[in-house]
Design a protein around this ligand. Structure first.
Ligand code: PGA
Ligand code: ZN
Length: 426
């Protein structure tokens, strides 16, 4: 019997920063029900799909999502009720058509993504298989991803203490995800000790659960992270390397990259040289958004300069949009894409981006947002896609652990392979 959508409801819930976000509940014709919760970013790119917010200043300073949640139980339910639940692409395309805008601004990407994910989960439940297995029909060869874990935070996630947003550890020298996670937890603890010994006060954590110390410079963060890897007993570069998310769009203004902590404003070429210099000095294997979201020429030069040995990831640059990734591939600007479901707003387009990356020989990193929920959907997406890398934030706070722990379960239950060092460019 054909499995169809019977009911959809939207609900305004809170994310990990105490801001409203959308949850969606779906019921299918066989009685199966499932929830999905939608994440939300802070350092958003200009080309992202629109997260619909109420703008009513009397509730949640205008950030309520009652309109978006209302669209789920209203227009979206009316359009999708009775449609085949297993036809994910058909459902996603129908929602895009119904919305009728290029950036999903009428119904809201938050409403549309919630439906996309809740229906997928209800179908997996109906089929009696894990979500990752169900999603893998649209992905590559499933594997448990290597985590790229936030240790030190800056930028918009840590009150502007530093310009660069994320200093992360990639544990690539391990045979299993569980071992890699244990190693990275040791680095997180060692970073605390190293920071304490240098006299940095640590009274709380940043948006993604990492340390947000008031360091003197971005380079000092690289130095401390390298030291913490060694202090935890691992070989920096051999077992655990460094990834950075420069998130440079957020300190680019009037044609220059403003690095207060380096006491200067840099051109695109100077930024590239600065990053290249640090890649020679520290075990950096991945740089995200090293240049800003519309610096296409700069990205080409950066890729010429570093692309053969360093993973260059576009986040704000591509915003998980198939047409931007296609252009990036054609112009050899970057060699990897950060994949955030809510930047584009449907599972179908998310998988399209992952497929484009794979076919071009690019890497893909499946990523959470700074505003997250206890939903672990992302862990299953990462496994299903076969992308090999996931970025969830730090190893503290429940909204992050929901995903890290889900990956431990999947690894224990599935016997799937863990790519380890294969994720690193040499
Ligand atoms: P965001 O940050 O969710 O605040 O956009 C994550 C990132 O930039 O990778
Ligand atoms: Zn980013």
């Amino acid at each position: 019997m054909k499995l169809t959508i019977e009911d959809l409801r939207g609900l305004e819930i809170l994310d990990s920063r105490g801001r409203p976000t959308v949850a969606v509940w779906a019921r299918l014709s066989n009685g199966a029900t499932a929830w999905a919760q939608v994440p939300s970013g802070a350092s958003t790119g200009r080309h992202e799909a629109l997260e619909l917010r109420d703008g009513d200043a009397s509730r949640y300073v205008g950030k309520g999502v009652q309109k978006a949640a209302g669209h789920v139980g209203g227009e979206l339910r009316r359009a999708l009720a009775g449609r085949e639940a297993e036809d994910q692409e058909g459902l996603d395309r129908a929602m895009m058509e119904l919305d009728g805008t290029a950036n999903k601004s009428r119904l809201g990407a938050n409403a549309i993504l919630g439906v996309s994910c809740a229906v997928a989960r209800a179908v997996a439940l109906s089929r009696g298989i894990p979500l990752w297995e169900h999603l893998s029909a649209a992905g590559g060869k499933p594997q448990v991803p290597v985590p790229m874990v936030n240790i030190l935070s800056g930028g918009l996630h840590a009150g502007g203490n530093l310009e660069f947003q994320d200093f992360l550890a990639i544990p690539h020298g391990f045979g299993a995800y569980a071992e890699a996670l244990a190693a990275v937890v040791a680095v997180h603890g060692a970073a605390h000790r190293v920071l304490g010994a240098r006299g940095f006060p640590l009274t709380g954590v940043a948006d993604e659960g990492g340390w947000g110390p008031p360091l003197e410079s971005n380079e000092q963060a690289l130095e401390i992270l390298t030291e913490a890897i060694g202090e935890a007993g691992y070989d920096p570069g051999g077992q655990i390397s460094i990834a950075i998310d420069v998130a440079s769009t957020h300190f680019y203004q009037d044609g220059a990259y403003h690095l207060r902590t380096e006491r200067r404003a840099l051109t695109s070429a100077e930024m590239t040289e600065l990053l290249a210099g640090w890649c020679g000095k520290y075990p950096i294997v991945s740089i995200e958004d090293g240049l800003h979201e519309d610096d296409w020429d700069g990205w080409q030069n950066l890729t010429k300069r570093l692309g053969s040995r360093v993973q260059l990831v576009g986040d704000d640059f591509f915003t998980t949009r198939p047409e931007r990734v296609r252009r990036g591939i054609a112009e050899k600007a970057a060699n990897a894409v950060l994949v955030k479901m809510n930047q584009i707003g449907t599972l179908t387009e998310t998988f399209e981006v992952i497929r484009l990356a794979r076919e071009a020989g690019w890497k893909a990193v499946i990523s959470a947002r700074s505003g997250e929920t206890e939903d672990w959907f992302l862990a299953d997406l990462a496994v299903a896609s076969g992308a090999g890398q996931i970025k969830i934030g730090s190893i503290t706070r429940g909204e992050r652990l929901a995903k890290y722990n889900r990956l431990l379960e999947i690894e224990a239950e599935s016997g799937l392979q863990y790519p380890g060092g294969a994720v690193i460019l040499r």
